[in-house]
Design a protein around this ligand. Structure first.
Ligand SMILES: Nc1nc2c(c(=O)[nH]1)N[C@H]1C(S)=C(S)[C@@H](COP(=O)(O)O)O[C@H]1N2
Ligand SMILES: [Mo]
Length: 433
């Protein structure tokens, strides 16, 4: 993941564009004005065989209820899939793929489209053979079966999971051409599970207990140090996502949910939690999961995900195809600190900001959906979104981020994203200079 300067191979989407706002707007194109006479529907009366002729699907009986015992999307949606970038990692077992954010709406990520990140491939576990052990600084070490876990009081919570490396390839400049690749290491699902604190209380914490070491049952046996306060606050041990069992790639039969904090702590295939009095020294945590600063020092234990947003449509993979007139800009905003209180959108590279409309549930540490409805006059646009959370944290520009953290970082890039929309509706990943 760290080598962001590899050449474009196999037609992978890349860009390197820098755009000057002054040049772009020098044409004096009117932005955001009302465009007379363009509406979102056409007048009836013009001959259209799709109205006047009976179509096959209108004439013949369709498949019966026994044909799709587990439903899948329409064949016309077959392009809506997770995608990976072949050159990012050496092999597919320790790799990542990306959520197709530009194809989704609302706030929930469908289970089959949640991005995947694993270090040792997908563990396939029969839940009858799965055990979760809690030991270390506890009164009585315990082993739970899946059945045992389901006897504790259950809760339903919607949370986003964002990999700390999301947008990591964009630190040095606009790189990947599509929000799926620049921002797609995030998903948002409703978890059903039990509070970790109930399980810890069952085992009984010793007075000097301060840290947890959750471990996965996969081949990478991934471990992370999690401070006890977080575990007792809002962590879940979850076995359902969006109502059904976790998918194998998301940690079936059980994973840790660490709301608002970086994805690497959300241990999948959770098999063991050791309780200790100090953090463990992980090879990865000290080398990878730190943010290298310009002066060579590193930020460590940066667990909370910062306030962030991205416009998902239009975007490089989702151009405007309907021409000028009534147009919907939409996107996602989130914060590891709580709820999103406000999202602003600009279509002129930050000269004018407009309050976007947040629609759908506004839940703490969850994705929020925003819309900005406007009349496009067909001129070039530089579109950006800027999120603010309930604690007053504001999403920074990439320039501001770099001035504080330099360009050597990979993790925690929450900078404002710019898409350049051309007159033909196509869009490109750019940075404004
Ligand atoms: N056991 C285990 N848990 C794991 C990982 C892993 O490789 N093994 N990857 C972590 C990382 S880095 C991330 S970003 C999230 C990704 O969760 P997802 O695959 O559901 O998107 O899982 C975390 N939990
Ligand atoms: Mo991650």
């Amino acid at each position: 993941m760290s080598d962001i300067n590899k050449p474009d191979k196999d037609g992978e989407p890349m860009t390197n564009a820098k755009v000057s706002r002054r040049r772009l707007l020098a044409g004096g194109a009117a932005l955001g004005g009302l465009v007379a006479g363009s509406t979102a529907a056409r007048a009836a009366g013009t001959p259209d065989p799709l109205i006047t002729e009976i179509q096959d699907w209108n004439r013949y009986l369709g498949d019966g209820v026994d044909s799709r015992p587990y439903g899948t999307p329409s064949e016309f949606e077959s392009h809506v899939v997770r995608r990976d970038v072949a050159w990012l990692t050496a092999d597919s077992k320790s790799s990542v793929n990306f959520t197709p954010l530009h194809e989704l709406d609302g706030i929930i990520t469908p289970n089959g489209l949640c991005f995947e990140r694993h270090h040792g491939g997908i563990a396939e576990i029969n839940p009858a053979d799965h055990r979760l052990m809690i030991h270390g600084l506890v009164d009585k070490p315990l082993v739970f079966t899946m059945e045992d876990l389901k006897r504790f009081p259950r809760e339903n919570r919607v949370y986003f999971l964002e990999c700390a490396a999301n947008s990591g390839m964009e630190w040095r400049g606009a790189q990947l051409n599509g929000c799926q690749y620049t921002h797609g290491m995030v998903h948002n699902v409703m978890y059903t599970g039990v509070q970790l604190k109930h399980l810890l209380n069952e085992a009984g914490l010793k007075p000097n207990a301060k840290w947890l070491l959750p471990e996965g049952a996969d081949a990478s046996a991934m471990t992370r140090s999690v401070p006890l306060e977080k575990a007792l606050d809002d962590c879940l041990v979850a076995f359902k996502m969006n109502g059904e069992a976790l998918r194998p790639e998301q940690g079936y039969p059980v994973r840790l949910v660490v709301p608002g904090w970086e994805g690497n702590m959300w241990v999948k295939w959770l098999r063991r939690i050791e309780v200790g009095d100090e953090p463990w020294h992980h090879r990865e945590e000290t080398s990878k999961y730190t943010d290298l600063l310009a002066n060579g020092t590193a930020r460590r234990f940066t667990w909370e995900m910062d306030v962030k947003s991205v416009i998902t449509n239009p975007s490089p993979q989702a151009p405007i195809t309907h021409g000028r007139g009534q147009t919907v800009i939409t996107g996602l905003a989130w914060s590891g600190a709580g709820k999103i209180s406000r999202v602003d959108v600009t279509i002129d590279g930050g000269r004018n900001w407009h309050a976007a409309r947040v629609d759908g549930p506004s839940l703490s540490k969850s994705l929020h959906r925003f819309y900005f409805d406007f009349d496009w006059d067909g001129s070039e646009l530089l579109i950006q979104s800027r999120a603010m959370d309930e604690h007053g944290n504001v999403q920074p520009t990439k320039e501001m981020l770099r001035s504080v953290r330099g360009e050597n970082s990979i993790y925690h890039n929450n900078g404002i994203q710019t898409w350049h929309v051309r007159g033909d509706g196509s869009a490109e990943n750019v940075e404004i200079s």
